[in-house]
Ligand binder design. Sequence first.
Ligand SMILES: Cc1ncc(COP(=O)(O)O)c(C=O)c1O
Length: 431
Amino acid sequence: MSFLGPKSRKIIELDKELISSSLTRVSDLVFERLEGMNVWDADNKKYLDFTAGVAVANCGHSNPEIIQAIKKQLEKGIHLGFSDFYSELPLLVCRELKPLLPANLNNFFFSNSGTEAVEAMYKCARWHSNRTWFIAFEGAFHGRTLGSLSLTKSKPVQKERFEPFMPVKHVPYAYCYRCDKGSYPDCGIGCLNDFEKQLKELKGRVAGVIIEMIQGENGYIVPPKEFIKGIRKLCSEHQVLLCDDEVQAGCFRTGKFLASEHFKIETDLVALSKALGNGMPIGLTIANKKTMDWPPGSHANTMGGNLVACASALATLKYLKKEKLGDNALKIGKIILKELSELQEKSKFLGDIRGIGLMIGVELVKSKKTKEFGIAERDALITKALEKGLVLLPAGTSGFRICPPLIIKKEEALKGLEIIGDCLKEIEKKK
Ligand SMILES: Cc1ncc(COP(=O)(O)O)c(C=O)c1O
């Protein structure tokens, strides 16, 4: 806590008294003002942000064009109820989205968060198929409400004491850096066999398969293309709906609007949230009209289609397209990966580096040979980076993620990497 100013310290003390102990605070940053690529804390210390508020502020914090759209809508009205009445603004969001989506995705359900977007996807697949089972993946994070939590299998603490869960089977994800089936491609994508076996065991009873195209909370894990393509093929063969959780990877974070585009596949249902509102709470579940065939009353909510959230989403989508932020994500992502691989050669702790666009994961290990998780090293790095003015977030057991706003410039990326390099040197000196 040494670098913290007095106002920040006071706020943290009050927080400890008032706020639920279930939250996972990873560092002592007390944010007060946000702008573009930067965050200022309660004592006015400035930081460079490599988190975008957990992959949310893709257009940059407090983006003036989005703020203007929100202000305009605030003066017109905030909420009446899109589940009960009609309104044009949510439809404009759908219209703006449609050219960014495969043609089969043409029906929309609005909610307020990632977990709600996943819940709707899960319930819709169960309703449409009239089947009960789901298959999900080890390491997956799909949210924390009980339906989504049943699909999640990330950290044990997230599920402990919350049983019973929905009928879900988890099978291995293609986490090639830590796989006991041999190294890729010699492994023959053995994890696909586990998936197929599970599908066969539950023959005729599986409603859907839910997957993150790049696992987010588990460490920004990029699977081989054949893994995702194989899952698509098997889902089609077994007439099982493929549900794509793009809550973290969507909205151009990986350079493409949907991460599934990198794998050249189409999915049956998609969940979006986080960056869609650039900070305003919004969730969206998308499917084909024939799949979203549930009757009135089977699923609805109070706040979905909220006018201010929709005004923000509309302005966000326009900004992402106008500024070609997907292209910038790809360009800067390549620079970051190249710099990181140079750092990796010099560092004994950088075990694995992976990512697409600006969804980049760095996994720390105690030794590159044993691959023992470098949890203390990762935690020390995040704390040191914060002291030096860079905000980072963990991902996975001993990794951290680089997911800055997509407006990031090369100089800002290099500055952040310089801080990461300095922190690594300091940690290595101590060991
Ligand atoms: C892939 C994925 N799905 C679902 C969620 C849940 O979103 P929320 O925290 O908005 O409920 C998250 C959150 O990190 C996520 O990364």
